[in-house]
Write a protein that binds this ligand. Structure first.
Ligand SMILES: [Zn+2]
Length: 316
């Protein structure tokens, strides 16, 4: 392990814990994330993305999000020697420095607030550090990257801006993965700290609505934001099959377009059936960092500092 922690900005593991009774010390059957493999990969800061399925619409989304967030706290309480929840990046560094896993909390899908920005306050109390504005469904106040449907808004509405402003007031960063290009551009124009895309890839390497164009990556870099590179094979290659070299191509494209301060890691492990070949689980992330052949300073930026810088910028 290097002298710095690896920060994976997006995993779906907590659903397996809450719904399937998985525990990270036993090794999760079919899972890609557990305490031993995290340690092996030097992943000492991990964002548990609490994804709320639209199946919980219209009025059980908030409750579901809170259950997932509480499940992360419960997991930390069960394993105090291996893991603790970090509400700030300084706390995350301290926890990582003590050899434990720093758990950072995210909510994926703005429908989790059920149209009530006041619900963000409970998220902030629970330690949420980012909210992915949309998942694959359009919200009444934000357009997702998926095909337009009747009644979907164009980009971020005036109400959507109020949501993002409330998030900024509470220290919850805006995550623009899954957002439509217009929603992305609308948030970039707002007077809030730099946004992140917690789990996206490059659409010039593989055209996919979930990926970012070179122009979007440039704009995000100019704004001081960060892209957590995702390992979802379906977003990386048209065959739906990917290996370490495929991921490397996306990483190199993002670096060449946006520079070394825009790239981070957002695997989406445990949200995918299988990881790319040679990058099958969280223990393998150092293989990607090595393959990038960056100098030590740039490797630190990509491994963790860039994501930390953006989340720090939102701290209140
Ligand atoms: Zn996602």
């Amino acid at each position: 392990m290097k002298g710095f922690p690896v920060f994976d900005g997006h995993v779906d593991t907590i659903q397996k814990v809450l719904d399937d009774g998985a525990d990270l010390d036993a090794g999760v059957p079919g899972g890609q994330v557990d305490f031993d493999r995290l340690e092996e990969g030097g992943v000492r800061i991990l964002c548990f993305a609490c994804w709320v399925s639209p199946d919980y619409l219209p009025d059980r989304c908030f409750e579901r999000a809170v259950s997932l967030l509480e499940a992360v706290h419960d997991l930390a309480a069960r394993h105090p020697r291996r893991m603790a929840v970090a509400k700030t990046m300084a706390e995350a560094e301290g926890i990582a420095g003590s050899g434990r896993l720093a758990a950072v909390l995210g909510v994926e899908g703005g429908h989790a607030i059920e149209g009530d920005p006041g619900k963000l306050e409970r998220f902030a109390e629970l330690g949420v550090r980012y909210m992915t504005l949309t998942w694959n469904n359009h919200l009444p106040w934000a357009e997702s990257c998926r095909e337009r449907t009747a009644g979907a808004p164009v980009g971020l509405t005036a109400f959507g801006r109020k949501v993002v402003e409330r998030m900024a007031g509470l220290g919850i960063a805006a995550d623009l993965s899954h957002a439509s290009p217009r929603t992305f551009a609308d948030v970039l124009e707002m007077d809030v700290p730099p946004p992140l895309c917690s789990h996206s890839a490059s659409s010039s390497v593989h055209e996919h609505c979930r990926n970012l164009s070179d122009g979007q990556i440039e704009a995000l870099a100019a704004r001081g934001g960060v892209v957590g590179l995702t390992f979802v094979p379906g977003f990386l290659a048209s065959s739906g099959k990917a290996d370490l070299r495929t991921v490397l191509r996306h990483a190199e494209r993002i670096l060449s377009v946006g520079g070394e301060r825009v790239l981070g890691i957002g695997s989406d492990f445990d949200g995918i059936e299988r990881g790319p070949e040679d990058l099958e689980d969280c223990s393998r992330i150092p293989c990607l960092l090595e393959a990038l052949r960056l100098g030590e300073e740039a490797e630190y930026l990509v491994a963790s500092r860039n994501l930390m810088r953006v989340l720090e910028a939102w701290e209140v």
